[in-house]
Ligand binder design. Sequence first.
Ligand SMILES: Cc1ncc(COP(=O)(O)O)c(C=O)c1O
Length: 398
Amino acid sequence: VSIVIPPRVTAISPPQIDVINARAAEWRARGADVISLGQALPGFAPPSSVFAAAQAALLRPDTHIYSADAGVIELRQALCRRLAEDFTVTADPETEVIITAGANQAFMLALMTVLEPGDEVLLPAPYFMNHEMAVRAIGAVPIEVPLDKAAGFSLRWIDLEARLTPRTRAVVICSPSNPTGAVFGATALQEIARELLARNIVILSDETYMHFVYGDCQHFSLASVPNWRESVILLGSFSKSFGMTGWRVGYLIASSRTIHEALKIQDAMLICAPVIAQEAVLAAVEQAWHYPQQYLEAFNTRRCYLRDRLDTIPTLHWQPTQGGFFAFVEVAGCADAQQLSLAILDRVHVVTIPGNLFGVNGQGFLRLSYGSVDLSRLEMACDRLLRYFSEWYQVNPK
Ligand SMILES: Cc1ncc(COP(=O)(O)O)c(C=O)c1O
């Protein structure tokens, strides 16, 4: 007798990034100098206030026990102050915020709170693969909404409208986008919010990359639209902004009615986010909220460098986007991005992420993350990609 796992779970594809990382680790163990343009890491360390606060927190007895399910109140207060100042998001720290173990847990919490099995969830594609996995995991149905590459993968109401059915209950919006880096403008988002509110469809707004926008581009939070409480659930993260992916702290913001219900699930799922980590993040939010800005210039330099170099590789095409730290690059003639990604890793030791992992219309693309390589490593990676595409790809296209 063995444990029966339902199709709801077995149908989820295992995380392919782990397969690629394992292969990269094998190459490293054999002495290869592998350059990773793979995982979505910002590459910088947390601000120093985080270390001091975490050390001080270790010596306090109240950090060794659970916090409130909704999280440390001082962190909720500081976060709400910052979001109000920078993004005109007004949320009540007492009743409209839950501190979570990262944006991913916030997303799962939101799904479990508002959806029933069989509900349809629109996923503008290319999408963040964990969103699709989570939707499947709770028995809801992910519906891909292919975004137009010619329009820079921007999100338009007409694209969503075309996929609505009577079973549509929620739409996932991720701006700035992982994997494309597209930033959706305020006008489009306001229209979408209006239309979805009129249809009683929930918006799950993942704003993990809110601090990573370039040039005169501005992040627009969906939790700043009028009546946001009636349809928007904001999912946020401290992982990328403060270089704290391993600390596992994020947040969920919604109406007090939704939060009241979500707290039951949070209590059953997690009780509360790790308290030492919450205290450390509190210091970052209070003392170093604008910390990521000091890295933006370097990120933008890498972004422009990547654009210039990719322009010289005829097989590759990237229409630069304004946010995140990703280039979603089209590869001419590529029918199997997964094979291609592995071939690039094997031949020239550069880690890339196959675009098809982000949905059907990502097939033939590679996602390159420039978050955790400095300019000299990025230059080496580009040299190697140039070599791969001039020496291998034409000879043996995959
Ligand atoms: C769009 C998006 N949402 C959520 C996450 C996960 O963030 P967290 O570490 O806060 O769970 C990521 C990480 O790559 C992401 O790209």
